[in-house]
Design a protein around this ligand. Sequence first.
Ligand SMILES: O=C([O-])CC(=O)C(=O)O
Ligand SMILES: [Mg+2]
Length: 573
Amino acid sequence: MRPFRPTEHGNTIETTLRGKDLLACPMLNKGVAFTLEERRELGLTGLLPPVVMTIEEQVKRVYEQLQNQPDFLHKNIALNDLFHRNVVLFYRLLSEHLSEMLPIVYTPTVGQAIQVYSHEYHRPDGVYLSINEPEGIERAFQNVCDSAGEIDLIVATDSESILGIGDWGIGGINISIGKLAVYTAAAGIDPSRVLAVVLDVGTDNAKLLEDPLYMGSRHTRVRGDRYEQFIDRFIQAAVQTFPDVLLHWEDLGSVNARQILNKYAGSLLTFNDDIQGTGAVALAAVQSACRLTNTPLTGQRVLIFGPGSAGIGIADQLCAAMQQQGLTRAEALRRFWAYDQRGLLTEGTEKVLDYQLPYVRPDAECREWNRNEAGVIPLLEVVRQVKPTILIGTSGVAGAFSEFIVREMARYVERPVILPMSNPTALAEAVPADLLAWTEGRALIATGSPFESAELNGVHYEIAQSNNALVFPGLGLGAIVVKAKRLTPGMFSAAADAIAAFVAQQAERVLLPRVGDLRAVSLAVAAAVANQAIAEGVAGDVPLDVEAAIHSAVWPCEYKPIKAMPEPATVTV
Ligand SMILES: O=C([O-])CC(=O)C(=O)O
Ligand SMILES: [Mg+2]
């Protein structure tokens, strides 16, 4: 059990910890912000420098320390260390400098931290579950319960498809940790009630397998029945130990991602962030684009470059929204083209995956189109023939939206909507400044990773970030507050609508809210999601006032007075 608990009114914490043990407990440690009285009562006298500081002073110090780090990776490591010393101070620093800190704890720097995980390792965090010891799953959760208590939210990855950078084995735990940091910074999810999980099923990354310091299981990925049984056991154990838990899947390979979602999304509180979170944020960006260009969603032509988890997740949500606006499913599907390393997906394309099938085009449509020597229709030719109004990149292919392609698209469309969404930054299909230059400033842009604003002919352009971070924190908070039984498609479209409505109130012509507004956006998303859950009858709790319930569920990022709780008396016979 946790060595601390809130007192009756929740504004004071009682703990059995004393002295060094208390300083080593990151949820309770305040460092030099412990008052003299607390120091006396909790066995801290002489264990801290004599001065007592405010949290504001501490934030100034840690911010300064961070500025002295040589690069983003070292800033990430320093922030990680801070998190393991003092959770309140970590989140206070994050919330006061959100736009600056998010790219350090999250995309893009988290991608670097994942790649060097086994070398930069300082201490364990979260839960490591190995396919070689499936019986360890229940024990691991029991260990979590014993030391941390109840859990509301798990972020789990098997690291097969981290961001756009591929398979990174055990280091993928850092994407779970990074997502959880965003949940708390953006939506105030209580950091003592969350769990980062990596499911270590091996890795197909040869570099890792050869690395003597690699910390994961040293074999190729286990697939098929054993993988499925491992996942099933993990899910059963998670819901048995933590009955109301929200299970967030991150960065799985696209085939497993779909299979798990198809099997469990109808009966459990679970979602896949890359498919559904990314789908919802892209839908919000497209809704904003329709508003800004005064064109209906049902009239768009959408070219998806990279139809994997995210690409088809986006297509599915756009397609559903088109149906809500009056198209039949067949009519809506006709507005999409999907293109991957094989070329345009058509009826004749081999090995099209199940979830891509609805988006294949009739062969007859492109019989006359130009092909290269290999018989493949180039992307440029697809753009020339289709004249897409929206071009979405979820391919992980840096620079794929070349000047030729973008200029060609911009010949036919007044305001081309271009979303190079691949992460991290270096893998974006195009750089915003180029897109603006090639389209004389006409492109409406949103990128997956953060980009600096751009200048063109004296005009300043803010670059919207189309990252699922605008969706998952509020989605999670809303679902947790009403104890949702599951997450429905309606709840994802409610999230997208809330984001689009938020940006519609702003004066600037941008597609999505700024990262600096993440907190307000997340609360709006939480309310929309909670209300939708109630409307669809999937809420386990129906608060009288949804917004008030959401506000009171937000973890207050502040030090609470700490008092000594007497150790339970030991009974001697
Ligand atoms: O983590 C991010 O920045 C967005 C995301 O889910 C991905 O790229 O896989
Ligand atoms: Mg992801």
